[in-house]
Design a protein around this ligand. Sequence first.
Ligand SMILES: *Cc1c(COP(=O)(O)O)cnc(C)c1O
Length: 469
Amino acid sequence: MRYLSTRGRAAPQAFTDILLEGLASDGGLAVPEQWPRLSATQLEAMRGLTYPQLAFEVLRLFADDLPGAELRALTARAYTADVFGTPDITPLKTLSPNFHLLACSNGPTLAFKDIAMQLLGHLFESVLERQGRTLNILGATSGDTGSAAEHALKGKSRVKVFMLSPAGRMSPFQRAQMYGLDEPNIFNLAVDGVFDDCQDLVKAVNGDAAFKEKHAIGAVNSINWARIVAQVVYYFKGYFAATKSNSEQISFAVPSGNFGNIFAGHVAKRMGLPIRRLVLATNENDVLHEFFQTGRYRPRRTADTRETSSPSMDISKASNFERFIWDMVEQDGDKVSWLWRQVEEKSGFDLSVERAWERINDESGFVSGKSTHENRLETIRRVKREFGVVVDPHTADGLKVALAANDTRTPMVCVETALPAKFEATIVEALGAAPARPKGFEGIESRPQRCDRMPPDAEALKRYIAARA
Ligand SMILES: *Cc1c(COP(=O)(O)O)cnc(C)c1O
């Protein structure tokens, strides 16, 4: 399997080449040169597999330059009951006969990002070992991505992590998850500023090509292709758990921000998994809902991005969306380049007058909806009342939109993207009481914490990294 760029101008590369990379050389995102299609026989053979076996069967189609035995060992090491609390890794919880939750948040940081990050940790270690290289991951986080990356990469010998976060702006729980780590290869930097200042610092360091090269600076951001592939696996797992035979169709509802999670569902559908609808849910930051309603993609300015009670979906533009559009314009790189030039020059594009828009409406299975803070509180109360289950505000976004779709004939699987313990304040607001904490998370806020303070100054950051990388 070779990988191309969505903008069509980069030389084809192998999986291990794009694994450690950010953007392609032409500014696009890595995409496989064709979608692997599973035959009915192959799909049938997958039904009885355990999670790590299923992960291996999916991954080997995309990562065919890694030795099979090694890939099998990596998936077995990443997906254990020890790390995810259950051998099912992503168990299906049935709320009512055709309505389910896919529990993807049982990893070390209680959000679905652990599923991809845990695998990435092992993949990085293996590839760096084979190439005799080391890597310094530099990232910015407002909460979930940074902690998932740190918990996946802690203790790995060839990787160091430098993670910037806005001082005083994460929840006490998120802060404890990151700053509570005491590992020699993890460096937490609390920046005097907001999330955008952190991101600007990362950009400034990456803009210094000599520094980047000298210190082998890498990233684990949401456009990483391996993260998408790792997420494809739980769509298969959820499908097999919610159906008895491969002649059945099901739908998925997905709380969305950067479009990485739901795009993995699109990939699963392209591979032949019988998915009817992909229900995309946004919060008040509804750039994606607006697109699926109108065909117009209009990224917001940072100043127009609202802070909401589902903060991991507070995005102004959806980075993985470019991969979906590439697929919908028949993988035409020139067309994608032109569209994203419109984003830069005219602040957006309009597909509603194009053939691609028919394809999106008739073939992709995508539908969308949005929720407000009030909707999420209501949904949290309703789901508690009707099903006896407490969900987090992101999952409530998805449930709200799925319940409104009201298609009772097709089984609906809602992806649970975080546990309620992570967003205690909103649960207290909705239910009047704090959610249960999983074992091992009691009182984490009062454990010792460790981080270094940093002004929003790229030179100071470079000196910090150079002294420790
Ligand atoms: C990251 C995240 C999302 C958004 O997922 P995308 O892949 O960016 O669309 C939703 N919910 C939670 C809890 C998250 O951490």
